[in-house]
Design a protein. Sequence first.
Length: 102
Amino acid sequence: MKKPAHHVFVCASFRLTGEPQGACAKKGAARLLQYLEGELSDRGLGDVAVSSTGCLKVCDRGPALVVYPENWWYGRVESEAAIDAIIDSIESGVPAAEYLLA
C-alpha cells in the first residue's frame, strides 16, 4: 500500500461501549464522512485517506475532523460547504481558517 499524502480523521463520536455520543454523531458526522469520501473521489484525490474515529474530545465544537500530517484540527464542520473548504485547503496547503480549532 502506498502511504497517503494526507489522512483525514472524522470524529464519529463512538465510545468504548460502541454507542454514538456527543455532538459529532448527533450533528451528522456520518453523512459528512460520506460526502467527504465522494468529493475526494470526484476531485481525483486518491492520495487522501479517510478514517472515522472514536471521540476526539471536542464535543462542544463538533462535528470535528483532523487533517494529517498538517495537524489541522477543524470544528463545527456542519455542512457540505465546510467539507468543500477543507478539501480546498488540502489542495492548496493553506488551512480553512474559519473552521480551525484554536
